[in-house]
Design a protein around this ligand. Sequence first.
Ligand code: NAI
Length: 415
Amino acid sequence: MVKPSVIRDIHLADEGMQRIRWVEKFMPALNTLSKTCFNPDTFKGKTIVMSIHLEAKTAYLALTLKKAGANVIATGSNPLSTQDPIAAALVSQGITVYATHGCTDKEYMDYLNMALDHKPHLIIDDGGDLVHLLHTTRKDALENLIGGSEETTTGVYRLRQLANENKLLFPMLAVNNSQCKFLFDNRYGTGQSVWDGIIRSTNLTVTGKTVVVAGYGWCGKGVAMRAKGLGAHVIVTEVDPIKAIEAVFDGFDVKPMVEAAPYGDYFVTVTGDIHVINKDAFLAMKDGAICANAGHFDVEVNKEDLKEISVSHFEARKNIEGYVLPDGRTIYLMAEGRLVNLAAGDGHPAEIMDLSFAMQALAADYICRHEKELKPGLYVLPHELDVKVAQIKLSSMGYSIDSLTEEQKAYLGLK
Ligand code: NAI
């Protein structure tokens, strides 16, 4: 038996619809696909379960899939990233939603399970929690499943582990690994929205400060680049020597976390790893240091260590907790160590998510069209789809580029 929507308050729907209408204007690639590639029958008869940060852009993806005929069920992918007005707006548009902002971990899992009760044909996962349930306690919900797609790096790590052990039970498309996703969303999206979340919550300067960025992958590069642009001195911490050289050549200082700790005014973890900032680093930090995480799970800043070494903690501002050390120093932790850009901000800019969600919509379409051929496993969308989305986006931005002539194709061996 499927349950009706569980949301905070349906009266917030108008506020949510206003936020969705705002982003709609700035998502031309998704709009073009909706008008030219999809019709009301594209996903007819298909139930799509999405576990995704429920904010305006994801809501617009959900509405686009619904317009193309899907029965869409939405749930969050993090207890703090769900925006209650957005959940209400989706329900007002006929989408079933199980999500409330600030829910407990148990409620969060209950919501995912309620969504899976709908026995989806397709899933859109963000971080791998739906896939995990479908491989453990919810194998009953595999009944209709054709396949799905994964939005983020951490979810792809988890899928790769399953695929390497030949345990992946259905086809999954790593949308994160499409160029139109990670080159823009992870780098420029995270780069901007992390600083938006930190600045709007702290109302403090970045210029003149020292920022320690843990992880110099696609997200870390964006966070470091934007910190530099805002006038900060940036120190990068890494475990991969190649990424560390890249950071040095990009003009950043590189140090181990414990050595960087005494200098940092802000610390941003974005590694996808566990326990990146621990007791030894907290104890070396300055009074007033601010720690934030942008990696998918709230495991990068070691909260247990921070609690253990503190004599007390208090709410310093919305989304900022102060932890007082025995010598009186205070270390601040933003958004309980959850993704700061989504828990303390509105997530990535709409123009960036336009690219990611155009790829997500194409992934859903691809799975439906290749239902018979796709075997269980982890796939990347064909390069032509990246090119197609890039072309639409480029022209929507008013740019055009040259094309290879026949002579050039022959010269480059592309014929
Ligand atoms: P990536 O794989 O490109 O980069 C991660 C980097 O962290 C690698 O260079 C790795 O060597 C480094 N690293 C790993 N362990 C480390 C440690 N202990 N100390 C220092 N560096 C370490 O991954 P990407 O795409 O940058 O994603 C990172 C995380 O951010 C993932 O959890 C991903 O799911 C998440 N993400 C968050 C977004 C957001 O909106 N906040 C958007 C996109 C991804």
